[in-house]
Design a protein around this ligand. Structure first.
Ligand SMILES: [Fe+2]
Length: 238
């Protein structure tokens, strides 16, 4: 599987963001959307990330389409490391990965965030509803918005965020630290994407092990409250 010729490389604030169109076909994208929607319903009462109360990994599913997608992500991610970072170990690393879905209904968006516990993130758009129609008041069209990750930088003062065009079949890679959000989804139908989080298991990380559990000798004891079901997602929207 070769790297697609059409790979748009954006160098934003010394941060590499790549955008490339995949040709997996409408049938494959529809099946992947269905898997993603079902996975979200399993952890969210409404099926929306607004109410997500747990974490999961689509790559745990024993499904032929998921296996195809996982292999594609490995090809594309390693090519990203090799071509954009000149990483000679790109095809040698063991990489830990988690895939999950984001499903947007009309009027929904995701607020600015970066990703925890990983090095890189990919987003693959399987469904955009009936198209990326800009809202007539705000010109929002569900695009990916990336935000300058540098603290208090004074120049360029007019480009603190930039919009990345996103279409069905579009695959984006960016580093986990890059803060990003989505514009509001104003098209009819659901907007579905499958995100992946990649962690490179280099030698230092392989040396880590569990810290022993010990009793707390410091009174008074702070009792844990009952688990609220909060995740980094639904905590935004309370
Ligand atoms: Fe994200």
């Amino acid at each position: 599987m070769s790297t697609p010729a059409e790979c748009q490389v954006l160098s934003l604030w010394q941060t590499v963001v790549t955008v490339q169109q995949q040709n997996l076909g409408d049938d494959f994208n529809a099946r992947l959307s269905a898997i993603a929607i079902e996975a979200e319903r399993n952890v969210s009462p409404s099926g929306s990330f607004y109410d997500r109360t747990g974490y999961y990994n689509l790559f745990d599913l024993d499904d032929p389409d998921i296996r195809v997608f996982a292999e594609l992500m490995s090809h594309r991610f390693r090519a990203h490391l090799y071509l954009q970072y000149k990483d000679a170990y790109a095809y040698h690393w063991d990489v830990s990965v988690r895939a999950f879905a984001n499903v947007y209904d009309y009027g929904q968006r995701i607020r600015p965030h970066y990703h925890h516990a990983c090095d890189f993130v990919s987003v693959y758009y399987t469904e955009l509803g009936d198209g990326s129609k800009p809202d007539f008041k705000t010109n929002e069209a569900g695009r990916l918005v990336v935000i300058d990750p540098r603290g208090a930088v004074q120049y360029p003062f007019s480009a603190k965020s930039q919009r990345v065009p996103t279409e069905k079949g579009c695959l984006v890679f960016h580093p986990a630290y890059l803060e990003h959000e989505s514009e509001t989804h104003f098209a009819k139908g659901l907007r579905v994407m499958v995100a992946c989080e990649f962690t490179i298991l280099h030698g230092q990380r392989r040396a880590f092990g569990p810290l022993p559990r010990v009793d707390n000798p410091n009174p008074p004891t702070i009792l844990p409250t009952e688990f609220s079901g909060d995740t980094i997602y639904n905590a935004h929207y309370k």
